[in-house]
Design a protein around this ligand. Structure first.
Ligand SMILES: C[S@@+](CC[C@H](N)C(=O)[O-])C[C@H]1O[C@@H](n2cnc3c(N)ncnc32)[C@H](O)[C@@H]1O
Length: 302
């Protein structure tokens, strides 16, 4: 944190007193985050207050005259952390994804709304083939918090999954999310690189691998580069290293499969090219909320 940000953080931590009303606290928090130059100060202030108080938006509004009480300390601490660019979801330790609530810790990538494109594309393919009730086997490579495999198993009641990650700490978070959302009995968690040592076959392989080139990481926003684990971001010299590993892994399974991958905003054609070289056919794309191709689907026939 820079010195001015540090000073602003210290000031923020002491700006909230127990007798202050919730409405006043929301205004002060919004002002502090605005002065700190954050992009979405109103939204961040509202989400922080709601999360820390356990209220929804309507409750926060209707109880705005109530005093903060012992929440004052928590709100001051959260304000200081957000001024230091820590993302709201990391401060709250939770993030909503595809309508469900996931635990987020410093060991995992903060799940992004754009990643919902991977789930949408995978579910569209499965539903259009009449496989929603089938006993599918699904592998999730680089599961992180487990958002992809946990969401798919929650949507597909008869599917089973295998989730891998090079980080044992991330796998522990994914397991907690699977338990909290009632799908842990259908998932196997394996600490490995890609699918190394794993035996298939799988009907579907999904992944949101690290895809930022090593050089670009230094230029990322502090909210990302200072808080997401490096191994969740770094895709090697050209950002495509893990896609190549996944393509090799999948071909080594010697089985037909659908593959749905998240890709960086400009990477769709290159990633499709990597998999096509291994004999896979591109069969679909999905855009994110910003209009970038964010997910690609491929099919391997053998
Ligand atoms: C971009 S994060 C995605 C996490 C989660 N799937 C999501 O969408 O939020 C990539 C994850 O892959 C893991 N990882 C990186 N390289 C890997 C590899 N070669 N094999 C398996 N996991 C890997 C990282 O530890 C990280 O948890």
């Amino acid at each position: 944190m820079t010195m001015p940000a540090q000073r602003a953080g210290n000031e923020a931590a002491s700006s909230f007193r127990p007798e202050m009303s919730l409405g006043e606290a929301l205004r002060v928090l919004t002002r502090l985050l605005t002065e700190a130059g954050l992009d979405t100060p109103q939204q961040d202030a509202r989400f922080l207050m709601q999360g820390l108080l356990g209220f929804d938006g309507a409750q926060l509004l209707s109880r705005s005259g109530r005093p903060l009480g012992d929440a004052a300390g928590r709100i001051g601490e959260a304000a200081a952390r957000r001024i230091g660019h820590e993302p709201v979801s990391r401060i709250l330790g939770r993030r909503a994804f595809y309508g469900r609530d996931f635990i987020v810790t410093p060991d995992v990538l903060d799940p992004r709304p754009d990643t919902e494109a991977v789930v949408d594309l995978a579910l569209d393919l499965i539903r259009s083939r009449g496989l929603s009730e089938a006993p599918l086997t699904i592998a999730d490579i680089g599961t992180g918090s487990g958002i992809l495999i946990v969401t798919l198993l929650a949507e597909l009641p008869n599917a089973r999954g295998l989730a891998t990650d090079i980080s044992a700490a991330a796998l522990a978070v994914a397991r907690r999310n699977a338990e909290a959302l009632g799908v842990a009995a259908r998932i196997q968690f394996v600490a490995t690189t890609g699918l190394d040592g794993v035996s298939g076959p799988f009907d579907l392989v999904i992944s949101n691998p690290p895809y930022i080139s090593t050089e670009e990481i230094a230029a990322l926003e502090p909210d990302v580069k200072d808080f997401d684990p490096g191994q969740a971001l770094d895709g090697g010299v050209d950002g495509l290293r893990v896609y190549r590993e996944i393509a090799r892994n999948i071909m080594e399974l010697h089985a037909p499969s659908l593959v749905v991958l998240e890709v960086g905003a400009t990477q769709a054609a290159e990633v499709e090219g990597i998999f096509s070289e291994s004999g896979a056919q591109p069969i679909g794309r999905r855009q994110d909320l910003g209009g970038h191709t964010r997910a690609v689907a491929l099919e391997i026939h053998l």
